[in-house]
Design a protein around this ligand. Sequence first.
Ligand SMILES: *Cc1c(COP(=O)(O)O)cnc(C)c1O
Length: 368
Amino acid sequence: MVRVSVRLDDLPLRDDLRGLTPYGAPQAPLPVALNVNENTHPVPEAVADDILDSIARALREVNRYPDREFTALREGFAEYLGHGLSAAQIWAANGSNEVLQHLLQAFAGPGRTAFGFAPTYSMYPLLTRATGATYVSGTRGVDYTLAPDDAAAQIDRAQPDVVFLCAPNNPTGTPLGLDVIEAVYDAAPGIVIVDEAYQEFAPRDSRSALTLLADRPRLVVSRTMSKAFAFAGARVGYLAADPAVIDALRLVRLPYHLSALTQAAASAALRHAPAMLAMVDEIVAQRDRISATLDALGYRPFESWTNFVLFSGVEDPATTWQGLYDRGVLIRDVGIAHSLRVTAGTEEESTAFLDALASLGPGGSGAH
Ligand SMILES: *Cc1c(COP(=O)(O)O)cnc(C)c1O
């Protein structure tokens, strides 16, 4: 039997961690889980078999430490990203959350500040504070958009050591123009991170911030295999930047931070990139269908270039969230007034969400 002897407050915890709450998106075993922007399509059977073969080979040498420089995987990412990138410009870690943590450990830390335009990814302040740095929130314009001059002016005032630009933005779905990134970079004294976790869901002809990397040594573009690649459980994120930035990250990572099994699985998945990404168009179609149906139901969906939709017009988000939960559908209350966020799932899952929401009546507050 576990006896609780002390409370968290009684421990000699770091003063700057007192009162903080951990990341806590509910994990509940509901039939339809559309709350953390996963790709809800499983990895194709043939691809899963090949990934398993690679993991099996790696397992035979698991008595040895893995390649500390994960060279083969970095080459794979460089090839996948294109834009003339080489392995020397690539870094990877256990999820892009760890990639961001490495960046903050190297470029933020005690006495420094990191900056993001709210509302944005909830992990930015948590990761920042965990390194002992201060997090500063900026503001967005109408419909959560950012204009170049406004963004640059806010950065000029705050003079942050690290800037987070989430493009497209989570939890709002909002696209971000390259002109904003250029203006923020010119105004920022430090590192500018463009978090492209959802880039694969953006229109095919939209330009990635990767096209801005040349001659911008303080610019970093981070990506993840968790969303479009249907690989959230494997925990693999990566970034592209100047080789000097990669050298800085070597100072803070733990030796052998990427396990041999992770490297094998990620490299194998990358070899099958087209098959892994095959469901992206289907997800985008469901996203647009969700937006159109939400609109028809009297809600206000915001423009999204991601695999999720933020919608307002919800009378009471907590009531609607619970009503959907009771109908077996898990979505996300991201703490924005009168709004909820739903991930685009398979056609069946998306239909289940839309039907459940419709059954709650106008504004979503109908009796259970
Ligand atoms: C999901 C997400 C990530 C990444 O998550 P990992 O699973 O740690 O790779 C990063 N940034 C944003 C904005 C996200 O929504």
